[in-house]
Design a protein around this ligand. Structure first.
Ligand code: PEP
Ligand code: MG
Length: 834
């Protein structure tokens, strides 16, 4: 049996790892080992080997010992935040060292003042290959004293000694997902890794995880732009490393979801009379129905087991039952649900989760307690990452936890009985709960928590159900069985409405359905206001099939083609010819209607696998939109050439996103002129600017002097004007583009456009908001570009407007002090229209 001794790298008191004031270390997520409370101020090599990495902040060193054990030494806790202050490195990555060589020295006094703790975990991070036979503990060690004895090939988690000893392949790449490796991509990586014999790990900085473990991968908190290395060891190492690296590099094109609000619900007094509650629209529409509470009862379980073997079998059977049920459901579930079920399947088979549950069983816990505690540990780890997108994945773990606990408690998973016309009300709705509900009986969904991008929002939209989220705990006080009116467009749930309100809602629902049918029938007709004023209603597009749907819905052109969506699932940027084909197919589908193509808008919340943006502190304020195009001009040149080659010449206009000043427009125009000259094209091509930054709105007069048109991106303009992240669920209820600050910027933009007689459009989400359209028209907007589905209603509305009334409304809206105030004047205006 091969043994290896690690010596103490620093002088100090040696304590058990569980005493680390950080669960990442205490729960051995990074590996097993000991803690040293240092009295010395130099970190030495604990054995001979090669330095794998020294963190930028120099507080953490990973060493690969001769023989293969990997040792992480992490000086202090949370010392990464010191960004190197007080540290000095004496070695570098890749260097060979002998036991006792100096690696890093540090200022002990400074650390004592500034760090959360000085304790220094010394960990074996590839525990699957090395078991700790013996370790020093409860004693002071001097540098060079024996600290741990390791044995090769006796690991407990994943892989085999054969794999560990096989050939090794490494692939380094930049994490292309701007949102990091969240649940679904982590599940896909794990799925891919399980298809190989090799042991595969992902390394990033001082973190590493088995690629087979989605929980481990999540715990790494990998962010877009992080440099990662896929390390495969075993007979098929090369194929394994290539496959995992290629999968990650492909970007996996997954949408992401927002966080879950953590505060516990506060019981509110039951609602006993008419009450209107507010929420955030997760899926549009209107419904009248009865409140049906979906509660998550506590599932009772014993803490202490009836013996290891009995509990192990019980847990194994329960997990198998849940897995089988998920597999069966995944076969017939709609796409949105299938993705979630696949992620859950990967979680339930997660080797680290199983290992943790197994350890709990060994410690004498019951199957239920072992499972609950194992999941609980990972939930805590995710919480501690303070990454709100990761935090939402806690829902997935809670869902799996509950399903297995129910299976252990012998509770079956038959469909939850519902009365017809149910408006489901819950603190949160787990996907496994939603799948057990009879969809035919549900007319709407409301949750106290969650965000507009949570699972329930995605599923509600896929099921065509109106849904409100983030309604607050008052929602839970709505009595079961109470009549309620859910108006997701107006963001309200009216509980126990009086007879008049109910009658009004019934009429308005019937009218809505009727009006929608009428609007659809008239959607192909031209769109003029009652005074003859022409407003163009265009569609926002991201794919050719949407272009066809847009034409069917009466779109008069495309006011925003989001080109980045055309080229997502790939490793390399599309070349010019491929772009020509893509743009030409959309131009042809539009049958001669204008097509405004936005140049690549990568960065911020939009990832392109083939163009990873270096990690940024504030991606929304960093390299994105036109800044990326000017940073990588060859991409812009290929795109402009491709647009110019679309026939007939002149059908396409060009629009640059995220412009902050006129110099950027000039740079794009200069390149456009070069491209035109090279292609010998002299047809005028419109080059417009998206007004998405307050800077562009404030200087719209200067920009309009040189742009052919302006189109306002209200999604970003709102984010930047209000300084509220457009993806932040906590702020979702307050990010309203009808905020008077945004309207004033739009008014300023309109003034600039008017001064130079440029047409002004809106292509952000506000263009499709029926309450906003008359205000925008009143401010001077003459083109609205919205999602294809909203076009019939938008056109029907515009046909009932006249400019003078819209201008009065806009003036009134600009005087309001809040978005609510603006929505109120908009509501009164719409009422007066009918
Ligand atoms: C906008 O910001 O309003 C916009 C239309 O661009 P995107 O939503 O694609 O960022
Ligand atoms: Mg934008």
């Amino acid at each position: 049996m091969e043994k290896l001794t690690l010596v103490a790298p620093v002088e100090g008191w040696v304590a058990p790892l569980e005493e680390a004031p950080d669960p990442v270390f205490a729960e051995r997520m990074l590996g097993d080992g000991v803690l040293i409370d240092p009295v010395g101020s130099t970190l030495h090599a604990p054995c001979a080997g090669e330095i794998v990495s020294i963190h930028d902040s120099k507080h953490a060193v990973t060493l690969r010992c001769d023989g293969g054990a990997e040792v992480l030494m992490h000086v202090g806790i949370d010392t990464v935040s010191l960004r190197g202050e007080g540290f000095q490195a004496h070695a570098r990555a890749g260097q060979r060292v002998a036991a006792g060589d100096k690696l890093v020295s540090f200022d002990l006094d400074l650390l004592a003042r500034k760090a959360k703790s000085l304790v220094t975990p010394v960990l074996v991070t590839n525990g699957e290959s090395y078991a700790i036979l013996d370790r020093l503990q409860g004693k002071t060690a001097r540098v060079g004293d024996a600290l741990m004895q390791l044995r090769v090939g006796a690991g407990a988690v994943v892989g085999s000694a054969a794999a560990a000893n096989g050939p090794e392949a490494r692939r380094s790449l930049i994490m292309p997902l701007v949102l990091g490796l969240h649940a679904r991509p982590a599940a896909r990586v794990a799925e891919c890794a399980r298809g190989f014999k090799a042991e595969i790990a992902i390394h990033a900085f001082t973190r590493q995880s088995s690629a087979r473990s989605p929980v481990g991968l999540l715990s790494m908190g990998l962010r877009g732009g992080d440099e990662i290395t896929v390390v495969a060891r075993g007979p098929d190492a090369v194929a394994a490393a290539d496959a995992v690296a290629a999968l990650i590099a492909s970007g996996m094109g997954e949408a992401v979801v927002g966080p879950r609000v953590e505060a516990p619900p506060t019981p509110a007094a039951p609602i006993s009379g008419p009450r209107t509650l507010q929420g955030v629209t997760a899926s549009p529409g209107m419904a009248i129905g009865r409140v049906v509470h979906l509660r998550s009862e506590e599932i009772a379980s014993e803490e202490k087991g009836r013996g290891f073997e009995a509990e192990r079998i019980a847990l194994g059977e329960a997990v198998a039952r849940v897995r089988e049920r998920m597999e069966t459901r995944a076969k017939t579930a709609p796409d949105a649900m299938r993705g979630i079920l696949r992620a859950h399947l990967a979680f339930i088979d997660d080797p680290e989760l199983s290992a943790s549950a197994h350890n709990n069983l060994v410690a004498g816990l019951s199957a239920a307690a072992a499972w609950r505690d194992a999941i609980g540990g990972f939930i805590e780890a995710l919480r501690s990452l303070s990454n709100r997108r990761m935090a939402e994945r806690i829902d997935d773990l809670v869902d799996i936890e509950r399903q297995v606990l129910r299976a252990l408690a012998g509770e079956d998973e038959e469909a939850i009985a519902l009365p017809s016309g149910a408006i489901i009300v819950a603190s949160e709705i787990l996907p496994s709960q939603l799948i057990r509900l009879d969809a035919d009986r549900i007319v709407g969904l409301c949750t106290a928590r969650g965000g507009p991008t949570s699972h329930v929002a995605i599923l509600a939209a896929a099921m065509g159900l109106p849904a409100l989220v983030a309604m607050g705990d008052e929602l839970l006080a709505a009595p079961n069985g109470a009549t309620a009116i859910l108006d997701a467009d107006a963001r309200t749930l009216s509980v126990l409405p009086d007879a008049a309100a109910l009658e009004h809602a019934q009429l308005s629902l019937a009218r809505r359905q009727e009006k929608f049918a009428e609007a659809r029938a008239a959607s192909a007709e031209e769109c003029r206001m009652t005074d003859g004023g022409r407003i163009e209603i265009f569609a926002n597009l991201g794919a050719v099939n949407e272009a066809m749907a847009a034409v069917e819905n009466g779109a008069e052109g495309c006011g925003l083609l989001r080109t980045e969506f055309l080229f997502l699932d790939r490793d390399t940027p599309p070349d010019e010819d491929e772009q020509v084909r893509a743009y030409q197919s959309i131009a042809s589908a539009l049958q001669g209607r204008p097509l405004i193509i936005r140049t690549l808008d990568i960065g911020g919340d939009k990832a392109a696998p083939y163009l990873p943006i270096p990690a940024e502190e504030n991606p929304a304020l960093g390299l994105r939109g036109v800044r990326v195009s000017l940073w990588r001009p060859h991409l812009l040149r290929a795109q402009l050439n491709a647009i110019l080659r679309v026939t007939p010449a002149g059908q396409c206009g060009i629009m640059a996103p995220m412009i902050a000043d006129v110099a950027e427009l000039r740079a794009v125009r200069a390149m456009l002129e070069e491209c035109k000259a090279a292609l010998k094209i002299d047809t005028p091509i419109q080059l417009g600017v998206m007004i998405e930054t307050p800077a562009a709105a404030a200087t719209a007069d200067l920009i309009a002097a040189e742009a052919d048109f302006l189109s306002i991106g209200t999604n970003d303009l709102t984010q930047y004007a209000l300084a509220m992240d457009r993806g932040n669920v906590e702020l979702a209820a307050r990010i309203d583009a009808l905020h008077p600050a945004v309207l004033r910027l739009i008014a300023q933009t309109a003034e600039g456009a008017r001064l130079h007689k440029r047409w002004l459009g809106v292509c952000g989400g506000l263009a499709g908001d029926l309450a906003a359209a008359p205000i925008l028209i009143g401010l001077g907007v003459t083109e609205l570009s919205a999602a294809p589905a909203t076009i019939p209603e938008l056109k029907a509305l515009v046909r009932r407007l006249n400019l003078a009334r819209c201008e009065l409304l806009a003036r009134d809206a600009l005087k309001q002090s809040s978005a609510e105030g603006v929505r109120e004047v908009a509501r009164r205006f719409q009422e007066a229209l009918t």
